[in-house]
Design a binder for this molecule. Sequence first.
Ligand SMILES: *[C@@H]1O[C@H](CO)[C@@H](O)[C@H](O)[C@H]1NC(C)=O
Ligand SMILES: *[C@@H]1O[C@H](CO)[C@@H](O)[C@H](O)[C@H]1NC(C)=O
Ligand SMILES: *[C@@H]1O[C@H](CO)[C@@H](O)[C@H](O)[C@H]1NC(C)=O
Length: 209
Amino acid sequence: MLRLALLAVLVGVALSQTPAPCITPSQFTARASQYDHKDDQMNRFYVAYDATNKRRAIFEEQNVIVPGRQFREFLEIGSENVMYEINLTLKTCTKIPMRRPWRVYGIPPNATFENEYYIGGPGEEVFAQEWSDRIPLRQREFWVGVFSLNNCYPIREVIIADYEQVNSTITTNFYDIVQGIPNPNDFLVPAECQTAEWAPHASVKVPYL
Ligand SMILES: *[C@@H]1O[C@H](CO)[C@@H](O)[C@H](O)[C@H]1NC(C)=O
Ligand SMILES: *[C@@H]1O[C@H](CO)[C@@H](O)[C@H](O)[C@H]1NC(C)=O
Ligand SMILES: *[C@@H]1O[C@H](CO)[C@@H](O)[C@H](O)[C@H]1NC(C)=O
């Protein structure tokens, strides 16, 4: 009896030590670098995110040659299931049907806690937690997310492809995060999109952000 009680206490302690997923803010902007293991290519983006209104504005950046210069914008309007691809140089716009449902940034409520650690050296730490969609003893992970613990902003996201498609693994790093919506104009649908045509099916590669 005493043994059972002790076991119950130990299990209770173990369970209470597993943290609950934090809640990522619904509005922020970030810069992101994304490595696509299939294309063997690194791309950089500025992202304005507004989960409240299901909008995401993704600006492609080429910051090696001309810092901050923007080439293309992908404007996702989740409530209409549409994404506009805007060529910022030529001011042309095409419509792309969304191939996946609106996606929020954050930790799924039933995610598996993997680890927690400090990022950075002494005096510059950010406390981070790592979560995945692994099901212990049953299924390995296809998604791993690292989030800052204080405010639950994304730090890193890794999508790990199926065994058959090892080349579509994508690693995304988030940085320079700003709270809220500092530039509401990021979400304006430009005039050239009013008459935009649908892009031929699957012809445009959309960043996974
Ligand atoms: C914008 O359009 C021009 C002409 O089609 C093309 O040369 C250029 O690569 C496009 N820019 C981007 C970022 O797609
Ligand atoms: C979380 O729930 C979804 C939907 O029920 C399920 O498909 C997924 O396997 C679950 N993930 C984990 C890690 O239990
Ligand atoms: C991954 O990409 C490489 C290089 O393009 C290719 O040789 C290989 O067959 C690809 N593997 C799969 C599983 O698609």
